[in-house]
Design a protein around this ligand. Structure first.
Ligand SMILES: Cc1ncc(COP(=O)(O)O)c(C=O)c1O
Length: 365
């Protein structure tokens, strides 16, 4: 195109979006990629074959729209959650979308929006404020303790005072790694006047029980958000989901786009779910590696933050950007999450973790 380049500043963009930064974890082609908390193990061969067969089968029907309500997939997700949490759930309790980011966006479209507020305990997942901005929901950041743990008694008091329409509790928390017990989730739930989203993207790695267990007691408030992007080794498939009361699922129908989940996505995700046991066999290995890496970092004089997930936030660095670059120069991509003095590393295969630990020996601090 020969037309002169138009700059972002020249566009009639919404005023409240001017000057904001998009989500932007670097996607670089380096040997060891430990920056976006995926499962480092590729899907088992039987899963790949089953997904391929499922996609081949539905390909003959691509001229038609998919099931708008994704009932079959939601039934499969309900079965998985019931099996892993012991809480009886049906497809009426489940909703699915293209990654849990889309789930969170639909939740804020329905329960946030102009004149409404969402509150989160920072540092936490960077997309919570970004999706709030996109849906014109006012963001109310509330600090964690200096050691990144959550003072839930204080948090419940703040929620009672500020009365946000939506509260985000991320457990295990990204990027700090800690999780909180259900009794503490409930302290906040009791004080919240509106919706409480427990973002459990890393639940499969956690030693805590799922907030799904609290749904029966708090049906009008609680949404538990999950993803197949992490433990489930399905980040490329883009499938997130939530568990909630059927009325919450009904509310989301008001904002979701028709046919948002493609025929291919629904078929592939259902096929992947049939192999849950094989995929999740890597979780114990990754948790053991996490503990090994944390121990090794301690031994090297770093300060890893205790993690219940598949990543570790660690310090202390004087020049975070220079240290991040030093890792990259050694072929290891980790994450600068914007926390002073700290970097975050995703747990990889033992070989990848060894490359990371070797690079850690010479990184400037
Ligand atoms: C806490 C948390 N929630 C949600 C997500 C979104 O994941 P996805 O959209 O791939 O399901 C992530 C991804 O990093 C995350 O860390």
């Amino acid at each position: 195109m020969n037309a002169p380049e138009v700059r972002l500043e020249d566009l009639p963009l919404r005023e409240d979006l001017r000057g904001r930064s998009p989500y932007g974890a670097p996607q670089l082609d380096v040997p060891v990629r430990l920056n976006t908390n995926e499962n480092p193990y590729p899907p088992p061969r039987a899963l790949v074959e089953d997904v391929t067969a499922a996609v081949r089968e539905v390909a003959a029907r691509l001229h038609r729209y998919p099931d708008r309500d994704a009932v079959g997939l939601r039934r499969d997700l309900a079965r998985y959650l019931t099996a892993t949490t012991g809480v009886p759930l049906s497809e009426r309790n489940l909703w699915a979308a293209n990654g849990s980011n889309e789930i969170l966006q639909q939740v804020l479209q329905a329960f946030g929006g102009p004149g409404r507020t969402a509150l989160g305990f920072e540092p936490s997942y960077s997309m919570h404020p970004i999706i709030s901005a996109g849906t014109r929901t006012e963001w109310a950041p509330t600090p964690r303790r200096a050691d990144f743990s959550l003072d839930t008694v204080r948090a419940a008091e703040i929620v009672a005072q500020r009365r946000p329409d939506v509260v985000f509790i991320t457990s295990p928390n990204n990027p700090t790694g800690g999780s909180i017990p259900l009794s503490e989730v409930e302290l906040i739930l009791r004080q919240a006047p509106g919706i409480v989203v427990v973002d459990e993207a890393y639940a499969e790695f956690s030693s805590q029980r799922s907030a799904v267990e609290l749904l029966a007691a708090h049906p009008a408030k609680l949404i538990v958000s999950r993803t197949m992007s992490k433990a489930f080794a399905f980040a490329g498939g883009r499938l997130g989901y939530l568990a909630a009361a059927p009325a919450v699922v009904d509310a989301l129908q008001l904002v979701r786009l028709p046919y948002h989940l493609s025929l291919l996505t629904q078929a592939a995700a259902s096929a992947a779910l049939r192999h849950a046991d094989a995929t999740l066999a890597s979780v114990a290995k990754l948790a053991a590696e996490r503990d090994r890496v944390a121990e090794a970092l301690l031994g090297l004089g770093f300060t890893p933050v205790p993690s219940d997930a598949n990543f570790i936030l660690f310090g202390a660095f004087t020049d975070v950007k220079a240290s991040w670059q030093s890792y990259l120069d050694n072929g290891v991509l980790i994450r600068d999450v914007g926390i002073a003095g700290h970097l975050r590393v995703t747990i990889g295969t033992p070989e990848e973790n060894d490359v990371f630990l070797t690079a850690s020996k010479e990184v400037p601090r």
